[in-house]
Ligand binder design. Structure first.
Ligand code: C5P
Length: 223
């Protein structure tokens, strides 16, 4: 453990996209860069926490002083998260694919003869909802993200109830906001106490702000 307000705490963070295989060379992915999740892991380590970062495929360096577990799929991410428990707090910043291809082809699907391929999907596990409802193993504080393109606060508040997490950090990812892959974020923090809108700030600053709030919520570690 390092020194700081989260000294003696274990924080679990998910980050990045997931990749869901179609065949050995093709995947379904999404546009998450992992910047916000990685910044949160970095800020938590800076605040003295022991940090486990479960990350999908990203083009970012591993944050310093953080245990990084690399995964590809949503199911691998859930397994890695479960293996990393117990944690005092968990922040789910990954953009998990909602669906995976029902049957991954064992060989590369060839162009041509068989015509166009048809994909059918099945639902992936919801990692945030699963851990929020994990009686006995639930971290004391569970934080989710909501990327919305309209009615940001209302949708995020509904999401908080649906998932069973404590806080939702919501942001507007409509094209106009330029959040995906960008450096800055306008965040609305939704908790039992209501909605708080943070000024627009870069992702590292937003991460420090969140870590500050988490440290306050958890309070000092009993000596
Ligand atoms: O339902 P939606 O994807 O908008 O919810 C976003 C929140 O839920 C994020 O915190 C994300 O990390 C988490 N999530 C998850 N597992 C999923 C889908 C979303 O942990 N399968």
């Amino acid at each position: 453990f390092g020194k700081g307000p989260l000294s003696g705490r274990h924080l679990l963070v998910t980050s990045g996209p997931t990749h869901e295989p179609i065949d050995p060379v093709r995947v379904i992915a999404n546009r998450s860069s992992g910047r916000q999740g990685h910044a949160i892991a970095q800020a938590a380590a800076g605040a003295g926490a022991k940090v486990t970062l479960v990350s999908g495929p990203v083009a970012l360096p591993d944050p310093q002083g953080v245990q990084v577990v690399k995964v590809e799929t949503a199911r691998e991410m859930l397994a890695a998260v479960e293996a990393a428990l117990p944690a005092d707090a968990a922040v789910f910043a990954a953009a998990v694919a909602d669906w995976r291809v029902a049957e991954e082809a064992s060989q590369k699907i060839k162009k041509g003869a068989a015509g166009l391929p048809t994909l059918s999907f099945v639902e992936n596990p919801d990692i945030l909802a699963t851990i929020s409802r994990a009686a006995g193993r639930r971290p004391r504080l569970v934080v989710g993200f909501a990327a919305e393109t309209s009615d940001v606060v209302a949708n995020a508040a509904a999401k908080r109830m649906a998932k069973g997490c404590d806080w939702i950090l919501a942001n507007d990812v409509s094209a106009a906001a330029g959040v995906f892959g960008g450096e800055a974020n306008t965040i609305h923090m939704i908790s039992e106490a209501g909605v708080e809108t943070w000024p627009r700030m870069d992702k590292a600053e937003a991460a420090r702000q969140l870590i500050d709030r988490i440290a306050k919520q958890l309070g000092p570690v009993a000596p």
